[in-house]
Design a protein. Structure first.
Length: 152
């Protein structure tokens, strides 16, 4: 993958509209601070699944940061609802899944559902920036309607 140079990558992140969906207030604030330190100013938050889906519909974010332990429905159900495309203008918005533990089945399930990136909590600035750039730099991934497939 050709990564944008530093100025381009900073501009890419600065222009992005981000939605953070996590039930933990402190996690949302921590991620907001990390994004702001990268120049991002269009940051929105939701604390549970229903308000998260509503925010996606209303805001049409460039990237969604979604907690695996979201309240209101299972994360897998959330992604399936979004990816069904029936109620959302951009059903293939890049999703970066956040999780507190690295269990292999979670990563495999997230990829199978069409999640673009996976990030472990606590989130570091370097890891978040790398995942953000990866999600934002793949416009073709947003156009695909089928989930990612893993190599065996």
């Amino acid at each position: 993958m050709d990564w944008p140079d530093k100025d381009d990558s900073n501009a890419l992140i600065a222009r992005a509209k981000i939605l953070v969906i996590d039930h933990e207030y402190h996690t949302r604030k921590s991620i907001r601070s990390l994004l702001q330190s990268m120049g991002c100013r269009k940051i929105h938050e939701a604390s549970e699944a229903v308000s998260g889906l509503e925010a996606i519909h209303a805001l049409e974010p460039d990237v969604v940061l979604l907690d695996w332990g979201i309240i209101g429905m299972e994360a897998a159900q959330f992604v399936r609802s979004l990816r069904s495309g029936t109620a959302y203008p951009d059903a293939n918005v890049p999703i970066i899944m956040l999780a507190g533990d690295p269990e292999r089945w979670r990563v495999l399930e997230a990829v199978r559902l069409g999640v673009h990136e996976f990030l472990l909590k606590p989130v570091s600035k370097a890891a978040l920036k790398a995942r953000m750039l990866s999600a934002l730099a793949k416009p073709a991934a947003r156009k695909r309607s089928e989930p990612h497939k893993l190599a065996s």
